[in-house]
Each structure stands twice: as C-alpha cells, then as structure tokens.
Write a protein that binds this ligand. Structure first.
Ligand code: NDP
Length: 314
C-alpha cells in the first residue's frame, strides 16, 4: 500500500515542497494539515499535485483545541498514520509586542513547540498502530537555534535558561519568553526551534526502543525565499536570498529542501533514530552535531515535563 504522511504547514514553503516531492514518487498519500484550507487546496493545485495524492485537513497549531480536533478527525478517516512531519512555524522577527495562542501562550513557542508537542504525543499512538515497515516522526529543526554554528551565533541567540518563563505559563504575566527575559520575537523563534530539537531527542529516548518509530530532526538549508520571512522588513526580504546564495552559500531552493525532507520521510538510508540531519554543499546527507543546549538531555527532560503540564497532559 501507499504510505500516509501527515505534514503540518504544507500550504507553503518547505511543507508544500515536501508534499509535492512525496506525491511525485507515487508511493505516498499526503495529509496536508493546514490552518488555511483554501490556501492549501490552491497551493496543491498550483504545484500540480493530483487529487488522489493528497487530502487537506484543518489544523491550527495555535490552538490546542484545534490540535485535539485534528487528531479526532484524523482517527475518523480510519487511515493509517505512517509518518508525521512537524513542519509548520511562525517567525515574528520585527514584532515589538508578543502575541498569544488561543490558550494564551506566546505565539512562536506556542505554535512551533507546544502545538506540535501535543500533536506528537497524541499521534504517537496512531503511529504505533501502523504496520508500515519504517514509521517515522520528524520535527523540523534549524541552524538558527544551534549556537555551535555561525548562523546560530547571530544575536539574539537562542537560550532557554532554566525554563522559568515557560514554567510560569509563557502568558506574558510573568514573562512571554522561555528563559523569563524580555520579549524578543527573533529569539522566541530560535528558542522554539531548540525546543523542537530537544523534543525529538526526548521522544527518541522515551519511545524509540518500545515503538520502533524513528525520530529525527533536520536542518534543510537556508530556504531564503519561503513565507517564513514574510514579517521581516522589506529590505531584508530583498537582500536575504542573494546574501545566502553568494555570501554564506547556505542557500537552498524550496524544491531542493523539499527533496531533502522527503528523504528523511522515506529514504531507507535515513532511517536511524535520534539523528539531526544536514546536507553538505554537494547535497549529501550527514548526521550533524547539535549545540550544547540543543543536545542537553537534562534540559530536554525538564522541557518535556513542563510542556506536558502546559498542554494539559500531566
Ligand atoms: P513558511 O512560512 O513558508 O511555511 C510555514 C507554514 O507553517 C505555512 O504553511 C503556515 O501556514 C504554517 N503555519 C503557521 N502557523 C500555523 C498554525 N498556527 N497552524 C498551522 N500551520 C501554521 O516557512 P518555511 O517553509 O520556511 O518553514 C517551514 C519549516 O522550516 C519551519 O519549521 C521552519 O522553522 C523551518 N526552517 C526554515 C528555514 C528557512 O530558511 N526558510 C531554515 C530552517 C528551518 P500558512 O500558509 O497558512 O501561513
């Protein structure tokens, strides 16, 4: 049978390119889990995906209610779940004030981390039930949260501190930042990506042996053209793609990045669990090192426990 992969945020950028790459193999049915149904339908048509290769389902990660509803709706379809790709993200580098999810968490961490955290925990049961030979859960990471790289050292740097802001609810009353500091939209995004990478490793430690599910994260390269930068100042949006192309040489097209993520979904040689994948300049994959903070097992455990409380699972 065809594999079934759920991809969050498949209505643009990397998620869409990955959906397209998987659909093109003829071996996958893609569930595009998106907050904007019409946009997703239109996007699928624009890139030329055929009707039988995808289904759009509503998911707004900025609402835990919506996450639960998505899981219920998914179960009702009675489709197996073979691969889950947590890809969606918001990035608010120029925001002066925090904004909040339906349950009142700062939006970047609430969406990118807490929404996906609840989704992963709930759908793990469904992945377990699948009889697919290589079941995988992938959480898209980033270099920007990784302070052992050049890009990860551009200020403001990611830093979760002792998680005091998260533990106190991340609701703007005490703080809207995980480390308890002043709000900074760019840092909140980077922090959320560190959470994504820590969560993947904690999932691996807790569940890989028991379930056989492969847990992985990746940095697909700098896809400087995606909607992720939509809230950045116009000059940045103009200069960022050529800067990445010619100066850092980290630039990767949406199509190439989609192929990379599709490899992590289905390539037999990328089936190892607990790995953070990256690609070198000739586009071959390798197991990359994470920064000290993004591979801190104690912090991963603490993040897990605090997150469970916030999403109502503990
Ligand atoms: P895009 O902005 O193009 O795509 C983000 C997707 O997330 C969109 O489909 C968006 O939906 C969706 N999304 C945002 N908020 C929600 C929500 N509340 N509920 C459901 N979906 C939501 O960015 P990219 O494709 O660049 O980003 C994809 C992933 O790649 C992210 O995890 C990002 O961190 C990562 N990444 C990107 C890099 C880059 O250089 N671009 C580099 C490294 C990692 P909508 O279409 O409705 O807005």
């Amino acid at each position: 049978r065809k594999g079934t992969a759920v991809i969050t945020g498949a209505s643009s950028g990397l998620g869409l390119a990955t959906a397209k790459a998987l659909a093109d193999t003829g071996k996958w049915h893609v569930i595009m889990a998106c907050r904007n149904f019409l946009k997703a339908e239109k996007a699928a048509k624009t890139v030329g995906m055929s009707k039988e290769d995808y289904t759009v389902m509503h998911l707004d990660l900025a609402s835990l209610e919506s996450v639960k509803q998505f899981v219920d709706n998914y179960r009702r379809t009675e489709r197996p779940l073979d691969v889950l790709v947590c890809n969606a993200a918001v990035y608010q580098p120029t925001a002066k004030e925090p904004s909040f999810t339906a349950e009142g968490f700062e939006l970047s961490v609430g969406t990118n981390h807490l929404g996906h955290f609840l989704l992963s925990k709930l759908l793990l049961d469904d992945l377990k039930k699948s009889d697919y030979p290589s079941k995988r859960m992938i959480i898209v990471g980033s270099i920007t949260g990784n302070t052992n790289t050049l890009a990860g050292n551009v200020p403001p740097k990611a830093n979760l501190g002792d998680l005091r802001g998260l533990a106190s609810g991340l609701n703007g009353q005490n703080s809207s930042m995980i480390d308890g500091g002043e709000y900074d939209g760019a840092k909140a995004y980077k922090d959320s990506k560190v959470c994504n990478m820590l969560t993947m490793q904690e999932l691996h430690r807790r569940y890989h042996e028991e379930t056989g599910v492969t847990f992985a994260s990746l940095y697909p390269g700098c896809i400087a053209t995606t909607g992720l930068f939509r809230e950045h100042v116009p000059l940045f949006r103009l200069l960022f793609p050529p800067f990445q192309k010619y100066i850092t040489k980290g630039y990767v097209s949406e199509e190439e990045a989609g192929k990379r993520l599709a490899q992590v979904v289905s390539d037999p040689s990328l089936g190892k669990s607990g790995v953070y994948w990256s690609w070198n300049n000739n586009s071959s994959s390798f197991e990359n090192q994470l920064s000290k903070e993004a591979s801190d097992a104690e912090k991963a455990k603490k993040l897990w426990e605090v997150s469970e409380k916030l999403v109502g699972l503990a």
